[in-house]
Design a protein around this ligand. Structure first.
Ligand code: ATP
Ligand code: MG
Length: 545
């Protein structure tokens, strides 16, 4: 097989393996544990595993690491499959660690027969107390020198359910003085009475991840087992298993840096907590960094891949700014989203000297080939409340009493009268209309351009805006619970042009001066415009977001 031009260190290693004739084809696997939904960090892992296999014309399996039955569920398996498909990746085979439970068991018996594993009577607490520290060696278990025959009998009894949970375990016999703690006679099988989501109650002993994983990789013919950096210290154990079980060719583990993004939480444990404690509406809440959440938010999969590609596949850990993700989403939607208008906080504006008419709006200003569409307007319109001020700050570019502003595609208006309710709240702006020609002749200059919605044909729209889940840390080590942004979802009763209500559900739009929004429907079937990402425009910031 051929090498390719390497764009990262993993491809360099693969090229070396190809040149040395160590591999015939690239086989990888994407290995989620079905204990939660996939998040954007997993997109990076998909990019690495599926992407690398694809580049070399090889294969990538979907491997469910289901060795921890107490936390795993079929609901998560289904969600993971759906998310990978949505990202546009295809797996060669779908495999489960549990498919190999018999093989993994047989290999344990082999290790025992070879004197490489022993049954230990120490409790989990005793094992951890005798592991030693980084500076001191551990203490050998009193059971370490049992004969293979005795170990085999005890291990079979473990499998037969003769002991209570935690009463015994199987440990690899490696080196209690190893500087690598993972090699200090690690536990490789434990007794756990727990119904497994696939194997039911067949087993009351389950293999540990570090032991099962190299076997599953080997059984699948994995050539390169690509994982994140926290497994670097586990690699010697991965290799130990391969060497002592005589794997040939032995899969090669390569670690890369995790994707970390500011202002959000990425670990499934925390995401689960957010869901269970009701902080968000579910795993697919649009604020969640889960793939389901991002999909529901309206983020295109291409933008996620673009983000992970630009973040790069490297060996050193680093943190990406959330704003960088947003700019990848914007880049994509700027290309692909049609333009339309809506207002989040409607304020009535009436034209004293104009009956209204029809105006032409560009469908997509970057794509003139898409043409224009007609937008009708009457003498009553809505603008956004934030676009009028009777006490404007310096450099205010919008409407003020006696000031001028341009209504997009219509012309210029001057605010002649501000009508108020008894409460003092502004209820209407009475304005004089000037066509662009009239304004030019009279030398009238508008301060800025604002969007509008026709009052008669405009439709009610629930407008949802989202902030980050997490505020920046105020001090190092600050707990994420304290950093929660309690105001991350805001809902407005707005107005939108009817074109938005007619669009297919899920269509993304750039709403002028507001941001990118996804058209969807609320429970009662009403129009909902849900924010995908804000504009770089300062409008949102100046309105206090
Ligand atoms: P979490 O810590 O969020 O629970 P995990 O590592 O337990 O995630 P797994 O289901 O075990 O999640 O992960 C499947 C694969 O995705 C693993 O190879 C893991 O290394 C990788 N992965 C998980 N999080 C990230 C991330 N932030 N960046 C890159 N890869 C990741
Ligand atoms: Mg994990």
């Amino acid at each position: 097989m051929k090498t390719i031009e390497a764009t990262n260190f993993i491809e360099q290693i693969i090229n070396e393996d190809i040149e040395a004739g160590r591999i015939q084809a690239v086989q990888t696997r994407f290995p989620p544990e079905p204990n939660g939904y996939l998040h954007i960090g997993h997109v990076k892992s998909m990019l690495v595993n599926f992407g690398t296999a694809e580049k070399y014309g090889g294969k990538c399996n979907l491997f469910f690491d289901d060795t921890n039955p107490s936390k795993e569920k079929t609901e998560f398996v289904d969600a993971i499959r759906r998310d990978i498909e949505w990202m546009g990746y295809h797996w060669a085979k779908e495999v489960y660690a549990s498919d190999y439970f018999d093989v993994i068991y047989d290999y344990a018996e082999k290790l025992i027969s070879d004197g490489k594993a022993f049954v230990c009577d120490l409790s989990p607490e005793e094992i951890s107390a005798t592991r030693g520290t980084l500076t001191e060696p551990g203490k050998e278990s009193p059971c370490r020198n049992r004969t293979p025959e005795e170990n085999l009998e005890l291990f079979r009894n473990m499998r037969a359910g003769k002991y209570a949970d935690g009463e015994k375990c199987l440990r690899a016999k490696i080196d209690m003085a190893s500087p690598n703690m993972n090699l200090r006679d690690p536990v490789i099988y434990r007794i756990l009475r727990c119904t497994h989501h696939r194997t039911g109650d067949k087993w009351c002993i389950y293999p540990m991840y570090d032991y099962a994983h190299p076997i599953c990789d080997y059984m699948q013919g994995v050539t390169h087992s690509l994982c994140t950096l926290e497994f670097e210290d586990h690699r010697p154990l991965y290799d130990w298993v391969g060497i002592h079980l005589g794997f040939d060719p032995k899969p090669r583990q390569i670690e890369f840096a995790r994707l970390c993004v500011t202002n959000t939480v990425m670990s499934k444990r925390y995401l689960k907590k957010l869901v269970e404690e009701g902080f968000v509406h579910g795993w697919d809440d649009p604020r969640m960094p889960t793939i389901a959440g991002l999909r529901n938010r309206g983020v295109p999969p291409e933008a996620l891949l673009d983000f992970c590609t630009r973040a790069g596949i490297v060996k050193a850990n680093s943190e990406c700014q959330y704003s960088y993700l947003e700019s990848c989403i914007r880049d994509n939607l700027n290309e692909n989203a049609e333009r339309a208008m809506a207002v989040a906080s409607p304020l009535l504006l009436t034209l004293k000297n104009c009956e209204g008419g029809e105006t032409e709006a560009a469908v997509h200003p970057l794509k003139p080939e898409l043409g224009t569409r007609k937008v009708r307007f009457g003498r009553a319109l809505y603008i956004d409340r934030a676009d009028f001020s009777d006490d404007p700050p310096p450099k205010y570019q919008r409407l003020r009493p006696d000031g001028y502003v341009r209504l997009k595609n219509i012309g210029i208006v001057r605010c002649d009268e501000v009508v108020r309710l008894g409460s003092g709240e502004i209820s209407e702006l009475k304005c004089t209309y000037f066509s662009e020609e009239e304004a030019a002749v009279a030398g009238i200059k508008a301060k800025g351009t604002v969007q509008w919605v026709d009052a008669e044909t405009g439709v009610d729209a629930e407008i949802r805006q989202y902030g980050c889940l997490l505020n920046d840390a105020e001090y190092p080590g600050q707990d994420f619970g304290e950093r929660m942004n309690r105001d991350s979802e805001r809902i407005f009763s707005g107005k939108a042009e009817p074109y938005l209500a007619e669009a297919a559900d899920g269509t993304p739009f750039q709403l002028m001066r507001m941001g990118y929004y996804k058209k969807c429907r609320g429970e009662g079937g009403g129009l909902v415009l849900s924010e995908i990402v804000s504009l770089k425009d300062s409008f949102n910031k100046s309105s206090g977001r």
